[in-house]
Ligand binder design. Structure first.
Ligand code: ARG
Length: 466
């Protein structure tokens, strides 16, 4: 690498780095995607330099126009990124300075150390907003699927064993709740991303009279009441990546939720469950077995969780041994943050599309939900209503279940005499417990899968997500 960048090498270096060093240290191959936010940050910095008299009106105007052309070229894919210029910041500034001599004044009282964390914060802010939109889309898809099948009952499972009947909508709304907590966490993270570090310089601010508040306002670093949010310690500001860790942590938990949903979808789409049918366009075939229809979107969603966890651990490990303040190690944060953002956004979007193209097999669900064993607990509750202590009721019904298993007779097919031979407390109305509709009508505690309660929850989410 012969060419000496107008911005990267100071006067003390006689030569630029060798090709292998340049290749090892460059980051433009991946941080180029920060270009839009880099230019936004530079425009705000230039406006501030103009206000404090470092740039003349003409110079500031020329710089703004220069950035406009550069942005257009990048957008059109015509910009030539040079690895020799290390990163996105120096590529853009070098090109600006080549065209606009006043560009050489732009780096006044600014370092790439505060510039790069500014860019990351601006980029993440947009990314979080976009991700929140995707999550809301998935929540809406889950609510729609529940609404379209609002009368469908399935067995609820614990230990993957049939437990008690629930509305399919209740099961789907469990994911809506998880995703809502993900949104809350991302919003909370957003409040710490949304703090302006510019003006921190390399480590110790600047001797020049910068207007940090102006820059923060121009870039929208304000809280909900419009108060500018500025970092309060220059050393912390240039080395803090907590906001990136928080994003990756929130992303990891979102990935857990998506993976669990994926697992349910995979089970439900199997011949063994057969609760749902995913549209052909959202499945793939097998190159060998002609009959196969595989739920690859759900499987990859589950599979990609690993890399999202890995990104979080990588970031934490990256930070744990760093002495104050900026260290080049921090350049390694980008690919981890980008990968988490890309992965959770894509999986959320694809899971949404897949669910929007999934049909519920009502007959199979009804068959599974009609298993009378699902209402064994209701039979115990029946005895409790007659005054029996629950432990004793559990024991009595357990004996009925054992007999049912031994004789191969479904729980709801016993005669009153047979029931009473097990326990005298069973009355004429005992078998009424096995009426599924009535059983569902009884489950109306807040948060329970009762008929009225599930309808109420569906309506609440429909309203909240509209
Ligand atoms: N590409 C660098 C990064 O991502 C930018 C900051 C470099 N600063 C420095 N003093 N070398 O961290």
């Amino acid at each position: 690498m012969k060419k000496i960048s107008p911005v990267s090498r100071s006067g003390r270096f006689a030569r630029g780095p060798g090709a292998d060093v340049a290749q090892f240290t460059e980051s433009v191959s991946f941080d180029w995607r920060l270009w839009r936010h880099d230019i936004l940050g530079s425009l705000a910095h230039a406006a501030m330099l103009r206000k404090i008299g470092v740039l003349s009106k003409t110079e500031a105007g020329a710089i703004a126009r220069g950035f406009k052309t550069i942005a257009r070229e990048i957008e059109a894919g015509k910009f030539r990124w040079q690895a020799g210029l290390e990163d996105v910041h120096m590529n853009i500034e070098a090109e600006l300075t080549r065209r606009v001599p006043a560009g050489a004044k732009l780096h006044t009282a600014r370092s790439r150390n505060d510039q790069v964390t500014l860019d990351m914060r601006l980029w993440l802010r947009d990314e979080i907003t976009a991700l929140l939109g995707e999550i809301a889309g998935l929540q809406r898809a889950l609510v729609s699927l529940g609404e379209k099948n609002s009368d469908v009952l399935i067995p609820g499972y614990t230990h993957l064993q049939r437990a008690q009947p629930v509305y399919l909508a209740h099961h789907l709304l469990a994911y809506v709740e998880m995703l809502e907590r993900d949104c809350e966490r991302l919003w909370d993270c957003h409040s710490r991303v949304n703090v302006c570090p510019l003006g921190s310089g390399a480590i110790a601010g600047s001797t020049l009279p910068l207007d940090r508040v102006l820059v923060a306002k121009l870039l929208g670093f304000v809280d909900t009441s419009g108060k500018p949010q500025l970092t309060q310690n220059s050393m912390d500001a240039v080395s803090d990546r907590d906001f990136a860790v928080e994003f990756c942590a929130a992303g990891a938990l979102l990935a857990v939720h998506l993976s669990r949903l994926a697992e349910d979808v995979i089970l439900w789409a199997s011949a063994e469950f057969n609760f749902i049918k995913i549209a052909d366009a959202y499945t793939t075939g097998s190159s060998l077995m002609p009959q196969k229809k595989n739920p690859d979107i759900a499987e990859l969603t589950r599979g990609k969780t690993g890399r999202v966890f890995g990104n979080l651990i990588s970031l934490l490990t990256l930070l744990k041994g760093l002495p104050m303040t900026y260290n080049r190690d921090l350049q390694e944060d980008k690919e981890r943050v980008f990968d988490t953002a890309d992965t959770v956004r894509a999986t959320t979007r694809l899971m949404t599309a897949m669910l929007r193209n999934t049909k519920v097999n009502r007959a199979a669900c009804a068959a599974a939900a009609s298993d009378p064993a699902l209402l064994a607990t209701d039979l115990a509750d029946y005895l409790v209503r007659k005054g029996m202590p629950f432990r004793q009721a559990h024991h009595a019904v357990g004996a009925v279940v054992a007999l049912a298993e031994k004789t191969g007779k479904p729980l709801n097919q016993f005669t009153l005499a047979e029931l009473q031979s097990m326990d005298k407390a069973f009355g004429r109305d005992a078998l009424g417990v096995f009426n599924l509709q009535r059983a569902m009508a009884k489950r109306n505690l807040t948060g329970a899968p009762g008929t009225k309660e599930v309808a109420k929850q569906l309506a609440r989410w429909r309203e909240q997500l509209s």
